[in-house]
Write a protein that binds this ligand. Structure first.
Ligand SMILES: [Zn+2]
Ligand SMILES: [Zn+2]
Length: 337
């Protein structure tokens, strides 16, 4: 999805890109051979990862080569025309990329995993996937990594019950551990990440609901989600695509939507909200709102006694696609309250 968006206007594609690889398990490397920007000559990639004791020097480069060896892939690595540079980092390393300071720390995971802290002028993002609590030294390493983060992306693969029983030792965490950590280190927004492949979207909704009862600002990561760091004190704006089809309820709510168009004009429109989840909705609109602008959505919902009641929600525009009806756009919104 990122590869396809790369070339789109405002798609975020850059000629020079830095990619942090946390470790070499399949779920973290499988997309690499399919990432189209790696085949474009003008692109330049800098990869950061650690030297695995199982692979030795140039571990990530070896992983690339092995993944693309025939007959696992139709072309070998020489078909990748982008410039690629590999840098070995390890837990405790700190370095800068332009105006950003990067810190890497070891996390508790089989065969090792690095978490990354990225301090930018707009705020600090911590990417701490694949970690299991319970190792005092590595727990401390994670706490230091996450201290004061504006956005903390943390492993939330298992339920707290699974983590204590059948999935103990698998190298993952839960929403509850994430909330505990976020509180302890004063992180502002928590993103639940690394969902279990066996968790349905409804189950992810349920984890998110529980997490929100205990922590103010929590999102469940979804494919293609973009989070923009604003000025200090600004709300985090979450960018969620309308891709999680199974999560959507087959419900329709009449709604009134107010917002700002791309051209900067205020608009108000009546429509129906078709797809709604705990976190967001997909709304069909004739007006074209501005990406990441705020929308007010007032929905008519059937009350418990069968009477209509209305629900007022504030959200951010996170995705705009051509809608199923002519002249309409499908607008993805993440609700923030
Ligand atoms: Zn892993
Ligand atoms: Zn993983």
């Amino acid at each position: 999805m990122l590869g396809s968006r790369w070339a789109a206007p405002n798609g975020g594609g850059n000629h020079e890109t830095h990619i942090f690889v946390t470790h070499y398990h399949w779920d973290h490397i499988q997309g690499i051979p399919f990432f189209a920007p790696l085949y474009a000559e003008n692109n330049e990639f800098h990869f950061y990862s650690f030297r695995s004791k199982f692979l030795g020097r140039d571990s990530l480069k070896q992983v690339f080569e092995a993944q693309m060896a025939l007959p696992y892939f139709p072309v070998d690595m020489s078909a990748m025309n982008a410039k690629r540079k590999f840098k070995e980092v390890e837990g405790g390393d700190t370095f800068t990329i332009r105006e950003n300071k990067i810190t890497a720390r070891w996390l508790n995971h089989p065969q090792g995993c690095l978490g990354f802290r990225i301090e930018t002028p707009a705020g600090t993002v911590v990417y701490a996937t694949d970690n299991e609590p319970g190792d005092p030294k590595l727990d401390e390493s994670l706490r230091e990594l996450a201290t004061g983060a504006d956005i903390l992306i943390n492993d939330a693969q298992f339920t707290p019950e699974q983590l204590n029983t059948t999935r103990k030792g698998w190298g993952h965490s839960s929403w509850q551990e994430g909330v505990r950590l976020a509180r302890e280190v004063g992180a502002k927004t928590l993103v639940l990440f690394h969902h279990d492949p066996d968790s349905t979207d409804r189950m992810v909704d349920s984890l998110l609901r529980q997490a929100r009862e205990e922590f103010d600002s929590v999102f469940a990561a979804s494919e293609g989600m973009v989070i923009t760091l604003g000025e200090t004190g600004d709300n985090v704006q979450a960018h969620m695509p309308g891709m999680r089809t199974t999560l959507r309820r087959e419900a329709q709510f009449r709604a009134k939507v107010t917002g700002v168009t791309e051209g900067g004009k205020e608009f108000q429109e009546e429509t129906v909200v078709r797809d709604i989840s705990l976190q967001g909705a997909l709304i069909s609109l004739q007006n074209m709102p501005r990406l990441q602008s705020e929308l007010q959505v007032t929905m008519e919902t059937p009350g418990e006694d069968g009477l209509q009641s209305s629900m007022r929600l504030k959200g951010y525009v996170v995705r705009i696609d051509a809608g199923p009806e002519k002249g309409h756009s499908a607008v993805g919104v993440v609700f923030t309250d």
